[in-house]
Each structure stands twice: as structure tokens, then as C-alpha cells.
Write a protein that binds this ligand. Structure first.
Ligand code: NAD
Ligand code: GLY
Length: 364
């Protein structure tokens, strides 16, 4: 087991990673408030890992209420915030309770938001069980739900008490979900860690084979990169926006296809190769760098083609982006592998060319 810290002054918290740690009460104890615990999980994860977590909490004399949401992105809704609050109120839970998010990014995001707003804020713990949640969504305190008009449009920055990532849970993760998580891993190499990008190029076979050493390196390195960025810009006043590389195109792909056709990481993967293409069109990166990015995303088995839709549809969805300022879409682009830049100064014609190139041919 290894721990690292997200350094946020009074709101600092540990990220524990290791095998079998879901069964370790000593990691949970310091993160729990005085009162009772409610575990929020989903219908896929509950049969796999709920019993182990319940035993751990019982060992701490914390029998828990369980709230099981249907698996899937549709569960990240305000209706389910109402449902969670209703269950907590019916059970008489007060401000001294702790919520425990056992699952992927969907469970983590909605549980974190429920914790942020229930009785104006209660404690919560992230217990991520997907690769995406371990390397990204469980760290950094972005919580929220979707609105029919846009993804993650209602939410709060609200940090957990701890992140406890048991890598054994990845054994049951379907291959497609695993690869989807790797898109966010590649993102860290692209935005600020050239050495990590090169390491991924050399070791992707071992990562895809889920070799324990390679997997551990991927998770710990990603968490450290994310923790460093969050510690420098918790509320996304500037720097933190680079974590959205690929998301401007990616969120548009998810929204335009009705959230379900593409997994989040798959849409981000397509978005990242499109951002690389746009960066090359603006002479920010060389063609050889664009080729390397495309090759790594391909080698990971992630998609690189955007669904064929009218350009105007994409542009419409891209405007509904939290990074937009004064109605202007802002992009995260690359100034070489390992260096990202945030800009609203992109000629619309170049954006259209990138969109057209990826709908028609893939690698422009
Ligand atoms: P998810 O939570 O839907 O999990 C993916 C699927 O895997 C689900 O069907 C789930 O039931 C199943 N599952 C989870 N753990 C499993 C396991 N160990 N074994 C077998 N099946 C398992 O999706 P995700 O990819 O984890 O997260 C995507 C969500 O995260 C999106 O809503 C996205 O917006 C959000 N996100 C948030 C942040 C953030 O900073 N808060 C960052 C990135 C993504
Ligand atoms: N996943 C983007 C962020 O946490 O800022």
C-alpha cells in the first residue's frame, strides 16, 4: 500500500492505493465522522464489492445504510440527489454522517455532490473501482450531476476526506471500461509529463495486459500528476483547465450522441487526437508529435474517429462548455508533448477543418 497527499491546507487528504485495501479498517477510520455511514454504489458494483466494504465498516462499529443506483451515466441526475437525500433523511442521518462512494466516476460524482449539499455539507470518502475513477474522477473534488442541456452542468467543488483505491477491484472491470480509463492516463503525459508519455509508449502492452507493476505505476503516477495540478489551482482559476484536454470536442461527441454510444474516456480519446490536430494546424506542434499521439491512442485500442454529424451541431454543443468565456469557446491545445496551453484565440476555420478531417478520414 502507498499513500500520497492532495495538499490543500485544511482540506488536504490522502490517496491510498494498493491491493486488498478495501478490507483494511485502519484506512477508513481516520476519514469517518462521528455519525453513521451511508454507502452509495451502483447495481454492477454492489454484488462485487459491497459486502467487503460493509464488513470493513462493521469492524469499525459502523453498520451502514446502502443506496444502490442503477449503473450508468443516466444515474448522474438531480432526481437521484433527491433520492439519496430522501434515504438519508428517512434514516435520520444528520450532519455527522459520512457518505462512501463505492464505484466508478458516476457514483463518485453524484455521491460527492450529495455530500456537498446534504444539510449544507457532510463528509465523504471516494472508493473508486474503475481505472478512470482511480486516475482522475476520485481526486480533486469536482462533483456534480448532468442536466438534459449539458454534462456536469450542476455541481460543486467539494473535496473528500480520503481516496481509497483497491486495485484488486480492477480485476472485474470490463476491457472496454479499462481502455476508456487509459485515455485520461495518456492525457497526463500530454499536458505536463513528457517522460510519462514516453514511458506509456514503451509499456502500453504491459499496461493493457494489466501487469501489476505497470498498472501500479500508471495509477500512482496519474494520481500524483493530478494531485499536483489540483493543489496549485483547486477551483480552476486557470491552470486546472488543462485537465480538460480533449474534453471540448469529447463532451460535444458525448452530448451529440446522447450519452451512451461513447464511454467518457473514448470521447476524450477522440477529443485528444482532434486537439492534437488543431494544435498542428496552428503550428503549435510538429507533425511527428501529432503522429506519436495518434499512434499511442490507437495502440491503446481507443477510437480516433468522430461520429459524422453536421459541423454546426458540434459547434452548438461546444459552446455549452464550462470553459467558455463571454460566449467564446476556449480550447486546451498542445505546445509539444508534455505542455498544454489554454486559448480562446482559435480561428473558427481551423476548428471546422479539424472536425471535418476527423469525421471523414480519422488521421488528418
Ligand atoms: P461509471 O461510473 O459509469 O463506471 C463504468 C461501468 O463500470 C459502470 O457500468 C459500472 O457499474 C462498472 N463498474 C465500476 N467498477 C467496476 C468494477 N470494478 N468491475 C466491474 N464493473 C465495474 O464510469 P467511469 O468511467 O468510472 O466514470 C465516468 C464518469 O466520471 C462520467 O460521468 C464523467 O463525467 C466523470 N468524470 C468525472 C471527473 C471528475 O473530476 N469529477 C473526471 C473524469 C470523469
Ligand atoms: N477531470 C478534470 C478535473 O478534475 O479538473
Amino acid at each position: 500500500m502507498r499513500s500520497l497527499c492532495v495538499d490543500l491546507g485544511q482540506r488536504s487528504y490522502p490517496i491510498h492505493t494498493g491491493t486488498g485495501i478495501l478490507a483494511d479498517p485502519s484506512l477508513f477510520a481516520p476519514a469517518l465522522s462521528k455519525g453513521p455511514v451511508a454507502v452509495v454504489t451502483d447495481s454492477n458494483v454492489a454484488p462485487l464489492y459491497l459486502e467487503t466494504l460493509q464488513k470493513t465498516l462493521k469492524a469499525l462499529d459502523k453498520p451502514s445504510l446502502t443506496i444502490i443506483l442503477p449503473a450508468g451515466e443516466e444515474s448522474k441526475s438531480l432526481d437521484n440527489i433527491q433520492e439519496i437525500a430522501g434515504r438519508l433523511l428517512s434514516a435520520g442521518y444528520g450532519r455527522d454522517c459520512t457518505l462512501c462512494a463505492l464505484g466508478g466516476g458516476v457514483v463518485g460524482d453524484i455521491t460527492g455532490f450529495a455530500a456537498a449539499v446534504y444539510q449544507r455539507g457532510v463528509a465523504y470518502i471516494q472508493v473508486p473501482t474503475t481505472l478512470l475513477a482511480m486516475v482522475d474522477s476520485s481526486v480533486g473534488g469536482k462533483t456534480g450531476v448532468n442536466h438534459p442541456l449539458g454534462k456536469n452542468m450542476i455541481g460543486a467543488f467539494y473535496q473528500p476526506q480520503a481516496v481509497i483505491a483497491d486495485t484488486d477491484t480492477l480485476d472485474s472491470l470490463p476491457e472496454r471500461e479499462f481502455r476508456s480509463g487509459l485515455a485520461e492516463v495518456i492525457k497526463y503525459g500530454l499536458i505536463n509529463d513528457q517522460g510519462f508519455f514516453s514511458w506509456l509508449e514503451d509499456h502500453m502492452d504491459a499496461v493493457l495486459a494489466r501487469e501489476p507493476d505497470a498498472l501500479t505505476k500508471v495509477i500512482r503516477h496519474s494520481c500524483k500528476d493530478k494531485a499536483d495540478i489540483v493543489a496549485r489551482d483547486e477551483l480552476e482559476g486557470g491552470l486546472r483547465a488543462i485537465l480538460n484536454l480533449g474534453h471540448t470536442f469529447g463532451h460535444a461527441i458525448e452530448a451529440a450522441t446522447g450519452y451512451g454510444q461513447y464511454l467518457h474516456g473514448e470521447a476524450v480519446a477522440i477529443g485528444m487526437v482532434m486537439a492534437a490536430d488543431l494544435s498542428r494546424r496552428l503550428d503549435l506542434i510538429r507533425e511527428s508529435e501529432q503522429d506519436r499521439i495518434y499512434a499511442l491512442v490507437k495502440a491503446t485500442g481507443l477510437p480516433t474517429l468522430a461520429p459524422a454529424l453536421p459541423v454546426a451541431d458540434y459547434l452548438g454543443f461546444m459552446r455549452v462548455d464550462k470553459k467558455a468565456e463571454e460566449g467564446r469557446v476556449r480550447f486546451i491545445l498542445l505546445r509539444g508533448i508534455g505542455s498544454a496551453v489554454i486559448t480562446g484565440d482559435v480561428p473558427p476555420a481551423a476548428v471546422t477543418q479539424t472536425l471535418q478531417a476527423f469525421m471523414e478520414h480519422g488521421h488528418a
